[in-house]
Design a protein around this ligand. Structure first.
Ligand SMILES: *[C@@H]1O[C@H](CO)[C@@H](O)[C@H](O)[C@H]1NC(C)=O
Ligand SMILES: *[C@@H]1O[C@H](CO)[C@@H](O)[C@H](O)[C@H]1NC(C)=O
Ligand SMILES: *[C@@H]1O[C@H](CO)[C@@H](O)[C@H](O)[C@H]1NC(C)=O
Length: 372
């Protein structure tokens, strides 16, 4: 319920706040308050309406420059104790047009308008220009009217209301989005870079000021991209697309082989390359002997090494000799072992033959003819 009420209040108040007049207070000090600080300028206008609540002496200056020491028309409303109004061509100069009636109120806002066209300075009551004129003066050598200032004094302070009609033209920029637009006086328009773009220069928040210009600089949103990568001694960049989603491809230079990092990397959405910078190391022996495997990472390389190790390990239980032993199969082949046996037994046997054979005839005679 509460949320609902707040929402209604905000909804109702917001347009009113934005449409509300610009209020300015002046003290009893005879000091001009520049309306340019409240976004109000005369340049580009030929008349202006305003409301004022004061006991007496509401002064409005139509200035050529934003400085009350420079040429200006001074319009006194309700001066001399709210008895007389007057138009002057400078501060405290003689009155050139007067009106001797009570025009101000201490308790209620009174509406007035001022116009300055073709050297005619005209002042009237109400909010309809050229109606209820009460003072008019033609200046043969008119000042340019570019700025306003107001003041009160002579034991009177003042409350002023000016219509908030200062608007800047809403501007759109490439690759930006308007988040919120307030184009009226001191209104701020907020921009956002489109996705995939970042603010390269300028401002994403701009405020509308009195001369109907925006504060700051136009936002320049630039496409997010990855930093350019250059070739090095150890690798060369073959292809490079620095846009988001693009790839960079490196190849190791001659006599260098890929050791770690990534030869192919992708540009991520935050404008940085994924993976790691490739490391290509100089080969100690000709690279062709090592072979260019083109591994993408050190873990891939490790995996491949493990695999190779497994493949190269001699499985003892699969050698031919293992099978021979296990199956007790006859091996007719001339092996070193059988040669050894042959030679060893052969020598022993032949020695025995040579020693024993000459004695055999004697042994034979002993058996046949008895002892000698
Ligand atoms: C400006 O703001 C108004 C009110 O919020 C909205 O309706 C309008 O579409 C906005 N204009 C742009 C160009 O964003
Ligand atoms: C390296 O990465 C690319 C792209 O992901 C892939 O096509 C290639 O097969 C990889 N190389 C190896 C050796 O795994
Ligand atoms: C050899 O031995 C290994 C482990 O002892 C065993 O896993 C494998 O199956 C054996 N191979 C043969 C051919 O017997």
């Amino acid at each position: 319920m509460k949320v609902e009420i707040y929402r209604t209040v905000i909804f109702v108040l917001l347009p009113q706040i934005r449409a509300v007049d610009i209020e300015v207070s002046t003290a009893d000090n005879r000091k001009y308050v520049k309306l340019s600080t409240h976004c109000i300028v005369a340049a580009g206008r030929s008349f202006y309406t305003f409301q004022v609540k004061a006991k007496n002496d509401a002064h409005i200056a139509l200035m050529s420059e934003d400085d009350d020491a420079r040429p200006l028309y001074e319009i006194v409303i309700g001066g001399w104790g709210n008895k007389k109004s007057c138009i002057r061509t400078g501060k405290q100069l003689p009155c050139l047009s007067t009106y001797q009636q009570t025009v101000l109120s201490q308790t209620a806002y009174r509406l007035f308008w001022v116009s300055w066209i073709g050297g005619y300075i005209v002042v009237g009551e109400g909010d309809v220009v050229n109606k209820n004129v009460f003072m008019s003066y033609h200046h043969s050598n008119p000042y340019h009217v570019n700025f306003f200032a107001v003041m009160t004094g002579w034991s009177s302070s003042g409350q002023w209301k000016f219509s908030n009609d200062v608007r800047c033209t809403l501007q759109a920029f490439n690759n930006t989005r308007i988040v919120e637009n307030y184009t009226d006086c001191v209104g701020t328009t907020t921009y956002e870079c489109d996705s995939g773009y970042f603010l390269h220069s300028g401002n994403l928040q701009r405020t509308c000021f009195s001369n109907r210009t925006w504060s700051g600089e136009p936002p320049y949103c630039k496409q997010i991209s990855c930093p350019q990568i250059s070739s090095t001694v150890s690798y060369a960049i073959q292809h490079q697309d620095t846009d988001i989603g693009g790839n960079v491809t490196a190849v190791c230079s001659d006599n260098f082989r890929h050791s770690s990092g990534h030869l192919t990397r992708e540009c991520t959405s935050n404008g940085s390359w994924d993976g790691e910078e490739p490391v290509c190391l100089r080969c100690r022996c000709p690279c062709s002997l090592i072979g260019q495997q083109g591994f993408n990472s050190s873990s891939e390389l490790e995996q491949r090494l493990k695999q190779l190790k497994r493949e190269l390990e001699i499985a003892k239980n699969s050698t031919s000799s293992f099978y021979r032993k296990r199956n007790c199969a006859l091996d007719n082949r001339l092996s070193s072992a059988s040669l050894g046996y042959l030679c060893g037994y052969g020598v022993i046997i032949s020695i025995a033959v040579y020693l024993v054979i000459p004695d055999l005839s004697i042994l034979y005679r002993h058996f046949r003819f008895g002892a000698d």
